[in-house]
Design a binder for this molecule. Structure first.
Ligand SMILES: NC(=O)C1=CN([C@@H]2O[C@H](COP(=O)(O)OP(=O)(O)OC[C@H]3O[C@@H](n4cnc5c(N)ncnc54)[C@H](OP(=O)(O)O)[C@@H]3O)[C@@H](O)[C@H]2O)C=CC1
Ligand SMILES: O=C(O)C1=N[C@H](C(=O)O)C[C@H](O)C1
Length: 240
């Protein structure tokens, strides 16, 4: 497979390395300072673009590939207020767009455990839910995309919660889930969900030991997406 890397930073580099060990070729490694190289590429020779860049760059990067008929696997967080633009573009070009806030298989299991626990906690009173995420200090967005997905999973299942807020900001209502975002090097990504009562505390944690899981997950999706159309997610890719 010929893979175009849009965003050759921490993730782009690991993705390129793992992709090559799996026998794929890298058509281009695009960063902000070498975007001109895109003009010299032949889109018909690119099977898939993997996009891990920055919140401000994601829409431009994804659109570049989509308008050239290249399927896109995107992992950039912090831009989803504009996701509908990409959904419209995908339909217009009969393209393929895959998005996940977290490509690690372990985190996707954690998403399911989170929803299961939230359903149980919805049946009892006395517990206050909260979420904490810890990432390296270079991370641009807060809370993490993963924390937002987790918060949405809790809000969908716990009746007395209807929104989330970042600790330190004013909540929309008293029914808002607080999220604490800590920036501590070299944390690749830790997410903790807590339900605290006066009697005890229930806590579940996912800790990424490295970025390998995110990168491998994105490549597995890129291998899977060939020939598929539409706006796709981990629910389409995973069988659990
Ligand atoms: N979904 C998931 O599983 C995961 C998602 N992420 C997300 O992926 C994104 C990237 O993370 P990470 O690799 O750690 O970040 P880095 O900052 O290490 O890398 C981002 C790269 O994108 C480049 N870039 C910036 N603007 C553009 C542009 N216009 N066109 C092309 N490239 C551009 C940057 O270039 P320069 O350095 O020159 O500015 C940089 O090299 C983040 O949003 C992060 O939250 C991260 C891990 C897992
Ligand atoms: O920026 C990161 O590093 C990560 N970003 C993603 C997020 O915002 O959820 C996924 C992972 O936690 C690492």
């Amino acid at each position: 497979m010929d893979i175009l890397i849009l965003g050759y930073g921490k993730m782009g580099k690991i993705i390129s390395e793992i992709a090559e060990t799996r026998g794929h070729r890298i058509s281009g490694k695009i960063n902000i300072d070498n975007r001109d190289e895109l003009n010299s590429l032949d889109p018909s020779k690119i099977d898939v673009a993997i996009e891990f860049s920055q919140p401000e760059a994601a829409v431009e990067n994804i659109s570049w590939a989509m308008t050239r008929g290249i399927p896109v696997v995107s992992g950039t967080t912090g831009w989803l207020d504009r996701k509908s633009e990409i959904e419209i573009l995908t339909a217009k070009h009969n393209g393929s767009f895959f998005y996940a806030s977290n490509y690690s298989i372990g985190v996707n299991i954690f998403f399911k455990v989170n929803e299961f626990l939230a359903k149980l906690m919805n049946e009892i009173s006395g517990y206050q839910a909260s979420l904490e995420e810890i990432h390296h200090t270079e991370k641009k967005d807060a809370p993490s995309g993963t924390a937002i997905t987790l918060a949405e999973g809790i809000i969908r299942n716990v009746n007395n919660l209807n929104s989330w807020h970042l600790n330190g900001q004013s909540p929309e209502s008293e029914h808002s889930l607080p999220i604490t975002a800590k920036r501590i090097d070299p944390a690749p990504g830790t997410h903790i969900i807590r339900y605290s009562s006066e009697i005890d505390q229930i806590e579940i944690t996912h800790t990424a030991h490295s970025r390998q899981g995110f990168a491998l997950g994105a490549i597995l999706v890129a291998e899977w997406i060939l020939g598929k159309k539409g706006v796709l997610s981990m629910d389409d890719f995973l069988s659990f």
